[in-house]
Write a protein that binds this ligand. Structure first.
Ligand code: AMP
Ligand code: MG
Length: 281
């Protein structure tokens, strides 16, 4: 089968081994964050990454022009996991007019007065748009669970609620991709140290991140449950080995490009009779 044919359906991304199938019970400790899929270094994948950026750029233009479908990309990771870096590297060439990035921080009092999906639903992509959630509705079964910000029976009910929400979006022409950028605890230590040492990165260092780091194992458990309970055909999770930033960027970019290709966006038909039109002086 040719590569072109293989890319026709969303289940045939170039990286199926990073995709979590419904019913699969993934253990994060079994997934090596240093895995680079056989590639040796950044230089080896530079051209391949650039090719993916060009594909994304072209397909996104079609998606925007077509104005029928939308793409929602969820990025989740532990602190320093590379969400910001992925966004800047992968979406470099994308026309800002058709792309939005929404970061989700600690909810405001107004947001807390609503159901937990309210603030996310208002930011989902409209037709023609590609939207990135930098953190997402999943925080409601991650930080909220780890810190017991709501009773157990409340967060436990949320997996089904999230699946229902995503199913609703999918049924309304939104394709959903969810990436967990999987780094090791050692790698987080190196990245936190580098943030402390580098004056240009120090602004990103939050002392609170150390508290979260102490809860690493609890977070891994919470991530495992979120991924296992909410990886569906209509909104699959990908667990990406992310210690090597260049491999992470490549897999995210290629998965998005393959997905956009399978969505097959088309430029709208031009008005009839344009061949006879002359532009008056
Ligand atoms: P950052 O993305 O590193 O700027 O940090 C944003 C912070 O907001 C993280 O510590 C998240 O855990 C926190 N956050 C995001 N969503 C929620 C939520 N629903 N409830 C509580 N904290 C949240
Ligand atoms: Mg942070």
């Amino acid at each position: 089968m040719t590569a072109k044919k293989r890319n026709k359906t969303s289940s045939s991304s170039a990286y199926p081994r990073h995709r979590i199938e419904p019913g699969q019970h993934v253990k994060l400790s079994d997934i090596d964050p240093d895995d680079t899929g056989g590639y040796r270094d950044k230089a080896e994948v530079a051209t391949l990454l650039e090719e993916q950026r060009v594909r994304i750029d072209g397909l996104q233009e079609r998606l925007y022009a077509e104005h029928k479908q939308a793409l929602l990309i969820v990025l989740q990771a532990m602190d320093t996991g590379g969400k910001d870096g992925t966004i800047s590297h992968v979406f470099e060439g994308v026309n800002p007019q058709g792309c939005q990035v929404w970061p989700f921080k600690v909810p405001t009092p107004e947001e807390l007065d609503h159901d937990f999906l309210w603030r996310h639903h208002t930011k989902t992509p409209g037709r023609g748009m590609m939207t990135i959630f930098n953190r997402s509705h999943y925080e409601n079964v991650l930080v909220v669970r780890v810190h017991q910000l709501v009773p157990e029976q409340i967060w436990k009910a949320r997996y089904d609620q999230i699946n229902d929400f995503e199913q609703l979006l999918a049924a309304n022409n939104t394709t959903i991709l969810k990436f967990f950028l999987h780094i090791s605890k050692d790698e987080q230590k190196r990245r936190l140290e580098s943030r402390l040492q580098n004056p240009d990165k120090r602004w990103k260092f939050a002392i609170g991140d150390l508290k979260e780091r102490e809860l690493w194992d609890d977070y891994m458990k919470a991530y495992e449950d979120a991924i296992n309970k909410c990886s569906t055909n209509y909104a699959p999770w990908y667990v990406l080995p992310a210690n090597k930033k260049w491999y992470r960027n490549l897999v995210v970019a290629r998965t998005i490009a393959d997905t956009l290709e399978s969505m097959n966006p088309q430029f709208p038909q031009p008005e009839e009779g344009l061949e006879n039109v002359t532009i008056p002086d």
